[in-house]
Design a protein around this ligand. Structure first.
Ligand code: SF4
Length: 180
């Protein structure tokens, strides 16, 4: 019997690798790359191309959403100087997860999730709360899993090393680059 599909919001190959491996035991993951926060566009393309190549290697369906950087910038207007894990990040999570939930609902995916919780630099509790809220609004189920648990981050780093993935040293937006 085929496994149910799950739409997986993914931000890069490094974060996605272990999440996909874990999900594959119960689901058929479909990658959804929606990250209008990433700046500049060359960085966006670098992360995208690597994830897309990995998806092809693993025979996983890959979907890319529009890179609407202007919309993201408008959403976080006035919060440029917020620290990482602050209010700008909550809006950034919400924008990406809202669109993922909407896409899942419109395209008949029974379930969605996100790779964002694998990062030790991100607030998993906030991400899971936002995921659950946008799931309700869009009438779709959300797999609220904190993927960094049970050595998730360490495991994904091992895969990243083996696969020789590019590993960025900032979260993604222009303002996270300034903090390095
Ligand atoms: S630091 Fe990361 S999560 Fe926060 S706004 Fe920037 S890209 Fe989004």
């Amino acid at each position: 019997m085929s496994k149910p599909e799950i739409l997986v919001h993914a931000c890069c190959a490094t974060c996605a690798a272990y999440v996909l491996e874990k999900l594959e035991s119960n689901y058929t993951p479909v990658i959804y790359y929606y990250n209008p926060n990433i700046y500049p566009v060359q960085e966006y393309c670098r992360r995208r191309d690597e994830l897309q190549l990995y998806a092809a290697k693993k025979n996983i369906r890959y979907i890319e959403e529009e890179y609407n950087y202007g919309q993201w910038q408008a959403q976080i207007n006035g919060l440029e100087d917020e620290p990482e894990k602050g209010r700008r990040c909550l809006i950034c999570f919400e924008m990406r997860l809202q669109r993922t939930a909407e896409f899942a609902s419109q395209n008949h995916f029974p379930l969605f999730t996100t790779t964002l919780t694998i990062s030790p630099h991100k607030n998993s509790k906030a991400i899971l709360e936002i995921g659950s809220q946008v799931a309700k609004l869009n009438h779709v189920a959300f797999l609220a899993e904190d993927f960094k648990k049970q050595n998730g981050f360490q495991n994904t780093m091992l895969i990243a090393k083996k696969e020789n993935f590019y590993r960025q040293n900032f979260c993604g937006c222009l303002y996270s680059q300034r903090k390095i």
